[in-house]
Design a binder for this molecule. Structure first.
Ligand SMILES: [Ca+2]
Ligand SMILES: [Ca+2]
Ligand SMILES: [Ca+2]
Length: 235
């Protein structure tokens, strides 16, 4: 009985991973539900652990209601930005039916980099465009978030809640952090979402490559190996 169960589960696992592999490639699809914090972000990677990532798709399914923010109102992705100068995240009209969403980018340590609510007065889709290095120029790991508007990133400092971006005053295009907000490190806090802003999204992604498959440790090791190699060569 137990043995049969194991066989069945093994078969399911095999089928599931096979199905997932066929949907990977340069397009990354949200596995289940990406979390709302840096800790439970989804790692954006190809099955090989290398190569360009050309799109990220998923859904903000809502749930949980306005009283609890436990629902799917934010999806946070851990990404490797290989080319900061080309970095751009834009929603496709096809495959996107969230009426109004917002996007945020944070450094690996949580410091805010850029955000957007709307592309323009006639387009409520956000756009993150580094515009050739206007907002950041460091290769590395970042956190990309898409949210149900008007849910935006905040931090709690000395029992006060501080918005990291001033999207009320600057609702169009890509914006830098609010004055004096660069110093704060976002971890997991959001303002309340409107549950009406749920649905699917499809993001075109520029400047992003796959995270390595085994995880972040190998990236650090690769970096160290590179340094060691460089030192050896110089001797
Ligand atoms: Ca989701
Ligand atoms: Ca989510
Ligand atoms: Ca919007």
């Amino acid at each position: 009985m137990t043995r049969h169960l194991f066989a069945a589960v093994g078969c399911l696992v095999f089928t599931a991973s096979f199905a997932a592999a066929s949907t990977y490639g340069p397009s990354y699809i949200e596995p289940g539900d990406a979390g709302s914090s840096r800790d439970d972000a989804a790692d954006v990677k190809n099955p090989t652990g290398s190569g360009t990532v050309s799109s990220i798709s998923g859904s903000l399914s809502g749930n949980g209601g306005l009283l609890t923010q436990d629902g799917d109102f934010q999806d946070v992705f851990r990404i490797f930005v290989k080319d900061p100068f080309q970095f751009k995240i834009e929603l496709s009209q096809m495959g996107t039916n969230v009426p109004d969403s917002m996007m945020f980018l944070f450094r690996e340590d949580g410091r805010p980099v850029m955000a957007s609510d709307n592309s323009g007065t006639d387009n409520f889709n956000p756009i993150l465009d580094n515009n050739g290095g206007q907002f950041f120029d460091d290769v590395g790991i970042y956190y990309l978030a898409i949210t149900s508007a008007p849910s935006q990133a905040q931090v709690e400092v000395d029992e006060a809640l501080i918005l990291l971006f001033n999207l009320t005053e600057f609702p169009f295009g890509t914006i830098a952090p609010a004055q004096n907000a660069e110093q704060f490190q976002w971890t997991d806090q959001w303002t309340t979402a409107d549950p009406a802003n749920s649905g699917d999204y499809f993001m075109f992604v520029d400047g992003v490559e796959s995270l390595p498959v085994p995880g972040p440790a190998s990236l650090a090791l690769l970096g160290l190996a590179g340094l060691a190699g460089g030192r050896r060569r110089r001797r």
